[in-house]
Write a protein that binds this ligand. Structure first.
Ligand code: GAL
Length: 383
Protein backbone atom coordinates (compact mmCIF):
# COMPACT_ATOMS: atom_id res chain seq x y z
CA UNK A 1 0.00 0.00 0.00
CA UNK A 2 1.25 3.46 -0.89
CA UNK A 3 1.11 6.07 1.84
CA UNK A 4 -1.36 8.83 0.95
CA UNK A 5 0.11 12.20 0.03
CA UNK A 6 0.01 15.36 2.12
CA UNK A 7 -1.40 14.18 5.45
CA UNK A 8 -0.39 17.64 6.75
CA UNK A 9 -0.02 20.96 4.83
CA UNK A 10 2.91 20.84 2.37
CA UNK A 11 5.94 23.04 3.10
CA UNK A 12 8.36 24.42 0.55
CA UNK A 13 9.19 27.31 -1.75
CA UNK A 14 7.58 28.68 -4.91
CA UNK A 15 9.21 30.95 -7.49
CA UNK A 16 6.26 33.25 -8.22
CA UNK A 17 6.19 35.87 -5.44
CA UNK A 18 9.73 37.09 -5.96
CA UNK A 19 10.70 36.04 -9.48
CA UNK A 20 7.48 35.60 -11.49
CA UNK A 21 8.63 35.28 -15.17
CA UNK A 22 12.28 35.73 -14.22
CA UNK A 23 13.12 32.08 -13.57
CA UNK A 24 15.84 29.70 -14.73
CA UNK A 25 17.64 26.48 -13.85
CA UNK A 26 20.36 28.29 -11.91
CA UNK A 27 17.84 29.99 -9.64
CA UNK A 28 16.13 26.69 -8.85
CA UNK A 29 19.39 24.88 -8.20
CA UNK A 30 20.93 27.56 -6.02
CA UNK A 31 17.69 27.77 -4.07
CA UNK A 32 17.81 24.00 -3.56
CA UNK A 33 21.45 24.26 -2.40
CA UNK A 34 20.49 26.94 0.04
CA UNK A 35 17.55 24.96 1.39
CA UNK A 36 19.94 22.29 2.54
CA UNK A 37 22.80 24.53 3.73
CA UNK A 38 20.62 26.95 5.67
CA UNK A 39 18.59 24.33 7.51
CA UNK A 40 15.25 25.02 5.79
CA UNK A 41 15.04 21.36 4.77
CA UNK A 42 15.70 20.30 8.36
CA UNK A 43 12.92 22.66 9.47
CA UNK A 44 10.49 20.71 7.26
CA UNK A 45 10.46 22.63 3.96
CA UNK A 46 10.77 20.07 1.18
CA UNK A 47 9.12 21.19 -2.08
CA UNK A 48 10.87 23.48 -4.57
CA UNK A 49 8.17 24.60 -6.99
CA UNK A 50 8.58 26.36 -10.32
CA UNK A 51 5.52 28.51 -11.03
CA UNK A 52 4.29 29.97 -14.34
CA UNK A 53 6.54 30.96 -17.31
CA UNK A 54 8.81 27.90 -17.51
CA UNK A 55 7.67 26.56 -20.88
CA UNK A 56 7.87 27.55 -24.51
CA UNK A 57 4.97 29.61 -25.83
CA UNK A 58 3.81 26.70 -27.98
CA UNK A 59 3.60 22.94 -27.54
CA UNK A 60 5.96 20.80 -29.63
CA UNK A 61 4.38 17.64 -31.07
CA UNK A 62 1.55 18.13 -28.63
CA UNK A 63 3.86 18.12 -25.61
CA UNK A 64 4.85 20.86 -23.18
CA UNK A 65 8.51 21.73 -23.53
CA UNK A 66 10.67 23.98 -21.40
CA UNK A 67 12.00 27.32 -22.65
CA UNK A 68 15.61 26.43 -23.44
CA UNK A 69 17.01 29.83 -22.57
CA UNK A 70 15.67 29.39 -19.02
CA UNK A 71 16.17 25.61 -18.71
CA UNK A 72 18.91 24.71 -21.24
CA UNK A 73 19.16 21.09 -20.07
CA UNK A 74 15.43 20.57 -19.65
CA UNK A 75 13.29 20.14 -16.59
CA UNK A 76 14.29 16.60 -15.71
CA UNK A 77 17.87 17.68 -15.11
CA UNK A 78 16.66 20.34 -12.65
CA UNK A 79 14.31 17.87 -10.96
CA UNK A 80 17.16 15.35 -10.64
CA UNK A 81 19.32 18.02 -9.05
CA UNK A 82 16.59 18.96 -6.58
CA UNK A 83 16.11 15.28 -5.73
CA UNK A 84 19.86 14.81 -5.25
CA UNK A 85 19.61 17.36 -2.44
CA UNK A 86 16.94 15.32 -0.66
CA UNK A 87 14.19 17.73 -1.76
CA UNK A 88 11.06 17.34 -3.85
CA UNK A 89 10.31 19.09 -7.09
CA UNK A 90 7.17 20.90 -8.22
CA UNK A 91 5.94 22.54 -11.40
CA UNK A 92 2.94 24.52 -12.65
CA UNK A 93 0.23 24.25 -15.29
CA UNK A 94 -3.29 25.45 -15.81
CA UNK A 95 -6.78 23.99 -16.27
CA UNK A 96 -7.45 26.41 -19.16
CA UNK A 97 -6.03 26.66 -22.64
CA UNK A 98 -3.29 29.01 -21.40
CA UNK A 99 -1.60 29.75 -18.12
CA UNK A 100 -2.27 33.10 -16.49
CA UNK A 101 0.90 34.48 -18.09
CA UNK A 102 -0.12 33.18 -21.53
CA UNK A 103 1.88 29.94 -21.84
CA UNK A 104 0.18 26.72 -22.98
CA UNK A 105 -2.27 25.27 -20.44
CA UNK A 106 -3.25 21.63 -19.97
CA UNK A 107 -6.87 21.88 -21.17
CA UNK A 108 -7.58 18.69 -23.13
CA UNK A 109 -3.96 17.59 -22.67
CA UNK A 110 -4.38 16.49 -19.06
CA UNK A 111 -3.35 12.86 -19.38
CA UNK A 112 -0.34 13.42 -21.63
CA UNK A 113 0.86 16.33 -19.46
CA UNK A 114 0.58 14.23 -16.30
CA UNK A 115 2.67 11.61 -18.09
CA UNK A 116 5.24 14.23 -19.10
CA UNK A 117 5.46 15.54 -15.53
CA UNK A 118 5.88 12.01 -14.18
CA UNK A 119 8.68 11.32 -16.69
CA UNK A 120 10.50 14.45 -15.49
CA UNK A 121 10.25 13.41 -11.83
CA UNK A 122 7.69 15.98 -10.76
CA UNK A 123 6.36 15.54 -7.19
CA UNK A 124 3.92 18.47 -7.00
CA UNK A 125 1.73 20.21 -9.56
CA UNK A 126 0.20 23.64 -9.01
CA UNK A 127 -2.80 23.90 -11.32
CA UNK A 128 -4.20 27.33 -12.13
CA UNK A 129 -7.55 28.48 -13.52
CA UNK A 130 -6.94 31.10 -16.21
CA UNK A 131 -8.29 30.84 -19.78
CA UNK A 132 -10.86 28.21 -18.89
CA UNK A 133 -13.17 27.86 -21.87
CA UNK A 134 -16.58 29.24 -20.85
CA UNK A 135 -18.28 26.02 -21.80
CA UNK A 136 -16.00 23.89 -19.60
CA UNK A 137 -17.01 23.04 -16.05
CA UNK A 138 -14.16 23.96 -13.70
CA UNK A 139 -14.97 21.28 -11.17
CA UNK A 140 -14.78 18.69 -13.92
CA UNK A 141 -11.40 20.00 -15.09
CA UNK A 142 -9.95 19.56 -11.61
CA UNK A 143 -11.41 16.05 -11.46
CA UNK A 144 -9.77 15.31 -14.79
CA UNK A 145 -6.27 16.41 -13.86
CA UNK A 146 -6.62 14.73 -10.47
CA UNK A 147 -7.46 11.47 -12.19
CA UNK A 148 -4.59 11.88 -14.63
CA UNK A 149 -2.12 12.52 -11.81
CA UNK A 150 -3.43 9.73 -9.63
CA UNK A 151 -2.77 7.32 -12.49
CA UNK A 152 0.46 8.61 -13.99
CA UNK A 153 2.71 6.15 -12.20
CA UNK A 154 4.23 8.68 -9.81
CA UNK A 155 3.16 10.30 -6.56
CA UNK A 156 2.33 13.89 -7.48
CA UNK A 157 0.73 16.26 -5.00
CA UNK A 158 -2.11 18.10 -6.74
CA UNK A 159 -2.30 21.74 -5.75
CA UNK A 160 -5.49 23.22 -7.21
CA UNK A 161 -5.42 26.99 -7.66
CA UNK A 162 -8.78 28.50 -8.57
CA UNK A 163 -8.47 31.38 -6.07
CA UNK A 164 -11.42 30.30 -3.94
CA UNK A 165 -13.89 30.75 -6.78
CA UNK A 166 -16.95 28.58 -7.57
CA UNK A 167 -17.25 27.58 -3.88
CA UNK A 168 -14.22 25.38 -4.37
CA UNK A 169 -14.12 24.40 -0.69
CA UNK A 170 -17.41 22.54 -1.14
CA UNK A 171 -16.25 20.16 -3.87
CA UNK A 172 -12.48 20.10 -4.06
CA UNK A 173 -11.90 17.21 -1.64
CA UNK A 174 -14.04 15.04 -3.88
CA UNK A 175 -11.77 15.66 -6.88
CA UNK A 176 -8.75 14.10 -5.17
CA UNK A 177 -6.64 17.29 -4.90
CA UNK A 178 -4.33 17.61 -1.89
CA UNK A 179 -4.63 21.37 -1.54
CA UNK A 180 -6.74 24.17 -2.90
CA UNK A 181 -6.15 27.89 -3.12
CA UNK A 182 -8.97 29.47 -1.21
CA UNK A 183 -8.00 33.09 -1.76
CA UNK A 184 -7.00 35.57 -4.45
CA UNK A 185 -3.34 36.44 -4.88
CA UNK A 186 -1.39 37.73 -1.90
CA UNK A 187 0.50 41.03 -1.95
CA UNK A 188 3.45 42.02 0.18
CA UNK A 189 1.56 44.27 2.58
CA UNK A 190 -0.25 43.77 5.88
CA UNK A 191 -3.66 44.77 4.50
CA UNK A 192 -3.47 41.86 2.08
CA UNK A 193 -2.44 39.43 4.84
CA UNK A 194 -5.35 40.61 7.00
CA UNK A 195 -7.83 40.39 4.16
CA UNK A 196 -6.84 36.84 3.21
CA UNK A 197 -6.88 35.69 6.84
CA UNK A 198 -10.31 37.20 7.53
CA UNK A 199 -11.71 35.74 4.32
CA UNK A 200 -10.95 32.25 5.61
CA UNK A 201 -12.27 32.51 9.16
CA UNK A 202 -15.36 30.37 9.25
CA UNK A 203 -14.30 28.31 6.24
CA UNK A 204 -11.58 26.45 8.06
CA UNK A 205 -13.74 23.40 8.61
CA UNK A 206 -13.48 22.54 4.91
CA UNK A 207 -9.77 21.91 5.26
CA UNK A 208 -8.30 18.76 6.75
CA UNK A 209 -5.78 15.94 6.34
CA UNK A 210 -5.00 15.19 2.67
CA UNK A 211 -6.83 18.29 1.38
CA UNK A 212 -5.63 21.61 2.72
CA UNK A 213 -6.84 25.17 2.52
CA UNK A 214 -4.11 27.10 0.68
CA UNK A 215 -4.13 30.79 1.62
CA UNK A 216 -1.37 31.50 -0.95
CA UNK A 217 2.39 31.57 -0.79
CA UNK A 218 4.04 33.43 2.05
CA UNK A 219 5.39 36.94 1.62
CA UNK A 220 7.52 36.60 4.77
CA UNK A 221 10.91 38.22 4.26
CA UNK A 222 10.19 39.82 0.88
CA UNK A 223 10.38 43.39 2.20
CA UNK A 224 9.10 44.69 -1.11
CA UNK A 225 11.64 42.79 -3.22
CA UNK A 226 9.96 41.25 -6.21
CA UNK A 227 10.28 41.39 -9.97
CA UNK A 228 6.49 41.56 -9.95
CA UNK A 229 5.47 45.08 -8.99
CA UNK A 230 1.88 44.05 -8.24
CA UNK A 231 3.04 41.65 -5.52
CA UNK A 232 5.79 43.92 -4.20
CA UNK A 233 3.32 46.74 -3.80
CA UNK A 234 4.28 50.36 -3.45
CA UNK A 235 4.50 50.36 0.35
CA UNK A 236 7.70 48.30 0.32
CA UNK A 237 6.54 45.18 2.11
CA UNK A 238 5.77 44.41 5.72
CA UNK A 239 7.70 44.86 8.95
CA UNK A 240 9.25 41.83 10.62
CA UNK A 241 6.48 41.97 13.23
CA UNK A 242 3.88 41.77 10.48
CA UNK A 243 5.70 38.84 8.85
CA UNK A 244 5.75 37.08 12.22
CA UNK A 245 1.97 37.56 12.48
CA UNK A 246 1.43 36.46 8.86
CA UNK A 247 3.39 33.26 9.53
CA UNK A 248 1.50 32.62 12.76
CA UNK A 249 -1.85 33.03 10.97
CA UNK A 250 -0.97 30.73 8.07
CA UNK A 251 0.38 28.20 10.59
CA UNK A 252 -2.57 28.04 12.95
CA UNK A 253 -5.05 28.24 10.04
CA UNK A 254 -3.48 25.11 8.51
CA UNK A 255 -2.34 26.70 5.27
CA UNK A 256 0.54 25.12 3.35
CA UNK A 257 3.75 26.98 4.17
CA UNK A 258 5.25 27.84 0.79
CA UNK A 259 8.01 30.41 1.13
CA UNK A 260 7.91 33.21 -1.44
CA UNK A 261 11.01 35.30 -0.72
CA UNK A 262 14.50 34.87 -2.18
CA UNK A 263 15.77 32.54 0.53
CA UNK A 264 19.35 32.96 -0.68
CA UNK A 265 19.25 36.53 0.57
CA UNK A 266 16.98 36.28 3.58
CA UNK A 267 17.79 38.06 6.83
CA UNK A 268 18.38 36.30 10.15
CA UNK A 269 15.00 37.57 11.33
CA UNK A 270 13.24 36.06 8.30
CA UNK A 271 15.01 32.75 8.90
CA UNK A 272 13.97 32.84 12.54
CA UNK A 273 10.32 33.44 11.64
CA UNK A 274 10.27 30.70 8.99
CA UNK A 275 11.97 28.07 11.13
CA UNK A 276 10.19 28.56 14.44
CA UNK A 277 9.76 24.91 15.30
CA UNK A 278 7.01 25.47 17.86
CA UNK A 279 4.87 27.41 15.37
CA UNK A 280 5.57 24.91 12.58
CA UNK A 281 4.54 22.05 14.90
CA UNK A 282 1.12 23.71 15.26
CA UNK A 283 0.77 23.87 11.46
CA UNK A 284 1.93 20.28 11.03
CA UNK A 285 -0.25 18.79 13.77
CA UNK A 286 -1.38 15.44 12.43
CA UNK A 287 -5.09 15.99 13.10
CA UNK A 288 -5.24 19.24 11.06
CA UNK A 289 -8.14 20.53 13.18
CA UNK A 290 -9.63 23.82 12.13
CA UNK A 291 -9.09 26.69 14.58
CA UNK A 292 -12.08 28.62 15.86
CA UNK A 293 -12.13 32.33 16.48
CA UNK A 294 -12.83 34.03 19.79
CA UNK A 295 -13.68 37.70 19.88
CA UNK A 296 -14.74 38.91 23.28
CA UNK A 297 -17.17 41.70 23.98
CA UNK A 298 -14.76 43.33 26.39
CA UNK A 299 -11.79 43.26 24.03
CA UNK A 300 -11.02 46.00 21.51
CA UNK A 301 -12.06 45.56 17.92
CA UNK A 302 -9.42 43.94 15.75
CA UNK A 303 -8.21 41.77 18.60
CA UNK A 304 -9.04 38.09 18.53
CA UNK A 305 -7.81 34.63 19.38
CA UNK A 306 -7.64 31.50 17.27
CA UNK A 307 -7.83 28.23 19.15
CA UNK A 308 -6.91 24.89 17.62
CA UNK A 309 -7.13 21.49 19.32
CA UNK A 310 -3.91 19.54 18.85
CA UNK A 311 -3.24 15.83 18.79
CA UNK A 312 -2.71 14.54 22.32
CA UNK A 313 -4.82 17.06 24.26
CA UNK A 314 -2.92 20.35 24.01
CA UNK A 315 -4.42 23.46 22.40
CA UNK A 316 -2.73 26.01 20.19
CA UNK A 317 -3.81 29.52 21.12
CA UNK A 318 -2.87 32.42 18.86
CA UNK A 319 -3.71 35.95 19.99
CA UNK A 320 -3.71 38.64 17.32
CA UNK A 321 -3.80 42.41 17.33
CA UNK A 322 -4.74 43.73 13.89
CA UNK A 323 -5.25 47.19 15.37
CA UNK A 324 -2.88 50.11 14.91
CA UNK A 325 -2.24 50.63 18.61
CA UNK A 326 -1.15 48.46 21.53
CA UNK A 327 -4.11 46.49 22.80
CA UNK A 328 -4.94 44.15 25.62
CA UNK A 329 -6.42 40.81 24.74
CA UNK A 330 -8.03 38.75 27.46
CA UNK A 331 -9.14 35.22 26.91
CA UNK A 332 -11.75 33.71 29.22
CA UNK A 333 -11.00 30.01 29.48
CA UNK A 334 -14.73 29.32 29.93
CA UNK A 335 -15.14 30.24 26.27
CA UNK A 336 -12.79 27.55 25.07
CA UNK A 337 -14.37 24.84 27.22
CA UNK A 338 -12.62 25.21 30.57
CA UNK A 339 -14.86 26.47 33.38
CA UNK A 340 -13.16 27.46 36.64
CA UNK A 341 -15.27 24.89 38.48
CA UNK A 342 -13.41 22.12 36.65
CA UNK A 343 -10.49 22.68 39.01
CA UNK A 344 -8.16 22.91 36.04
CA UNK A 345 -6.06 25.60 34.45
CA UNK A 346 -3.83 26.06 31.42
CA UNK A 347 -0.09 25.70 31.52
CA UNK A 348 1.09 28.07 28.80
CA UNK A 349 4.13 27.38 26.66
CA UNK A 350 5.19 30.49 24.71
CA UNK A 351 6.09 29.54 21.12
CA UNK A 352 8.32 32.60 20.69
CA UNK A 353 10.14 32.43 24.04
CA UNK A 354 10.27 28.64 23.70
CA UNK A 355 9.47 28.13 27.36
CA UNK A 356 6.58 27.61 29.74
CA UNK A 357 5.57 30.91 31.24
CA UNK A 358 3.22 29.68 33.96
CA UNK A 359 -0.16 28.19 34.76
CA UNK A 360 -3.22 30.41 34.39
CA UNK A 361 -6.69 29.96 35.77
CA UNK A 362 -9.96 31.36 34.49
CA UNK A 363 -8.36 33.80 32.10
CA UNK A 364 -5.21 35.10 30.54
CA UNK A 365 -4.68 38.73 29.56
CA UNK A 366 -1.73 40.06 27.62
CA UNK A 367 -0.77 43.25 25.86
CA UNK A 368 -0.06 42.92 22.18
CA UNK A 369 1.78 45.49 20.09
CA UNK A 370 0.12 46.74 16.88
CA UNK A 371 0.05 44.06 14.14
CA UNK A 372 1.79 41.65 16.51
CA UNK A 373 0.66 38.33 17.91
CA UNK A 374 1.35 35.78 20.61
CA UNK A 375 1.23 32.04 20.21
CA UNK A 376 0.94 29.47 22.97
CA UNK A 377 0.71 25.75 23.31
CA UNK A 378 -1.65 25.25 26.25
CA UNK A 379 -1.78 22.15 28.39
CA UNK A 380 -4.76 21.40 30.60
CA UNK A 381 -3.49 20.78 34.16
CA UNK A 382 -5.15 19.96 37.49
CA UNK A 383 -4.71 22.74 40.01
C1 GAL B 1 -2.19 33.27 -10.59
C2 GAL B 1 -1.89 32.49 -9.32
C3 GAL B 1 -0.52 32.90 -8.84
C4 GAL B 1 0.50 32.60 -9.93
C5 GAL B 1 0.12 33.27 -11.24
C6 GAL B 1 1.01 32.83 -12.38
O1 GAL B 1 -3.43 32.91 -11.07
O2 GAL B 1 -2.88 32.75 -8.36
O3 GAL B 1 -0.20 32.24 -7.64
O4 GAL B 1 0.61 31.21 -10.08
O5 GAL B 1 -1.21 32.97 -11.58
O6 GAL B 1 0.66 33.45 -13.58
Amino acid sequence: MKTPLAPTPPMGWNSWNTFSWNINAELIKTTADFFVESGLLDAGYEYIVIDDCWSKKERVNGRLVPDETKFPNGIKEVADYVHSKGLKFGIYSCAGTHTCAGYPGSFEHEFEDAETFASWGVDYLKYDYCYKPKSADGENLYKRMAMALRNCGRDIVFSACNWGSDNVHEWIRETGAQLFRSTGDIQDNFESVKRLAFSQLGKQCYSGPYCHNDMDMLVVGMHGNSDNSWIADVVGGCTDTEYKTHFALWSIMNSPLMIGCDVRKMSDETFKILTNKDVIAINQDIECRAPYCIRQWNNPENVFALVKPLHGGDYAIGMFNFGDKRNEMSLQFFDIGLPAASGRGLEMYDCYEHKTIGTFTERMAINIEPHDCAMFRAKVVKL
